[in-house]
Design a protein. Structure first.
Length: 394
């Protein structure tokens, strides 16, 4: 209980006509063992009942904050399961089970800042080129959508939301927070060919360069030619030749080379003979958006950085199979995002090896030296967990 608190609201009758009523000594569990700890008791003059505040701000429960932090570090830093976290803590002499570990971490995660709140507080300096993508996670008996954006240069995640659907309305809301609340300096966006994303960009950021991910386009064209296009039997060699020609066009080294490849495809009589006009038309209609990266050098031709962020989330979310509620899913995703923004990069390949050894927030010019990602990510002095009603995700 903070010093100077003269009254505490009674949990039974909700009155504040209360007075201090002695100290209850509990055994507080720390990493060094159990330690006696005093908890203030209160007496309500209205209903004449004594009580102990259980979840009031600043209250320290049975487990010390250092134990909660150790559990969170094991779970997020080392990627351990709740059972593995409990086993490691028991080896330190702390009597705890997997369910209690889940409660402690969920209580900490419930107070974690959303990515946009962390961005607002730390004020990173972003490149202005954003890769956006979506993913899904199972919540109870249905699936919800994760909408995220990754700064192309720093690999930082300035904003992320968990929405019921990946539709135009939620993408508009997502981009509005980036633009209006965080002041993200939009210079260009790379994404897949989702119509909802195109609509949202036209509404929130009209006129900014929008690069269509060439990998997504190539995969979509391949599926169309294999399962929807009617180019006739015995023409698979010509179809393969067409896909090869499209690949050369998509991965050309310059805009002039891409235009030459497009002209060669348009003038190839073999492609017209087997009725590949629909595939050629898809390339022609998307050519301008597929080549925006030549006109804006900071814009990549693929959304691989966003795909990489999604894969990192999936490594932890997929083994959980399902979350009991939207709240537990959102709490876990917030902590995962905060952890990823402070974690040192080690697996960047050429030509991006210069990022290795730095955290995404460091690449966004935020001085994180000496900062504890758990402390920085908390909205207020963290609470300890006492009771939760949901079951831990397995």
């Amino acid at each position: 209980m903070p010093r100077g608190t003269r009254h505490q609201r009674c949990p039974h009758c909700q009155q504040v006509d209360t007075k201090r009523h002695g100290i209850m000594v509990i055994q507080r569990i720390t990493l060094q063992g159990a330690r006696p700890h005093g908890v203030q008791r209160w007496y309500c003059k209205g209903c004449q009942r004594a009580f102990t505040p259980i979840r009031t701000e600043g209250h320290e429960s049975r487990y010390a904050m250092e134990v909660v932090e150790k559990a969170a570090q094991l779970y997020f830093d080392q990627g351990a399961s709740y059972r593995a976290v409990a086993r490691d803590l028991r080896q330190l002499g702390i009597r705890i089970d997997a369910k209690r570990c889940w409660r402690l971490i969920q209580d900490l995660a419930a107070r974690c800042k959303a990515p946009w709140e962390l961005s607002r507080d730390l004020a990173p300096s972003w490149s202005g080129y954003l890769a956006i993508d979506g993913d899904s996670v199972k919540v109870a008996s249905h699936r919800e959508s994760i909408l995220l954006g990754v700064d192309v240069e720093s690999l930082d995640i300035p904003h992320l939301i968990l929405a019921e659907h990946e539709d135009a309305e939620n993408w508009v809301f997502f981009l509005l927070v980036l633009k209006e609340t965080l002041g993200y300096p939009f210079k260009g966006v790379v994404s897949d060919d989702d119509p909802a994303i195109r609509y949202a960009l036209d509404v929130v950021c009209p006129g900014i360069p929008h690069q269509l991910c060439v990998k997504h386009f190539q995969d979509g064209l391949h599926r169309y030619l294999r399962y929807q296009s009617s180019h006739g039997r015995g023409t698979w060699r010509e179809v393969d030749r067409f896909e090869t020609a499209v690949r050369y066009c998509l991965y050309a080294r310059g805009l002039e080379e891409a235009c030459v490849c497009l002209a060669a495809i348009q003038g190839d009589s073999g492609f017209r003979r087997i009725h590949l006009d629909d595939g050629i038309g898809m390339l022609e209609r998307s050519f301008d958006r597929l080549t925006q990266h030549f006109r804006h050098p900071g814009l990549p031709r693929t959304s691989n950085v966003a795909e990489g962020a999604v894969r990192k989330l999936d490594r932890r979310l997929t083994p959980m199979d399902s979350f009991a509620s939207h709240e537990t899913a959102w709490n876990t995703i917030k902590m995962l995002a905060a952890h990823g923004r402070f974690r040192i990069l080690t697996d960047c390949r050429r030509p991006n090896q210069h990022r290795n050894g730095f955290a995404p927030l460091e690449l966004a010019k935020v001085n994180i030296h000496g900062l504890n990602w758990i402390h920085v990510g908390q909205k207020a002095p963290p609470l300890q967990a006492d009771s939760m009603t949901a079951n831990p995700a397995t």
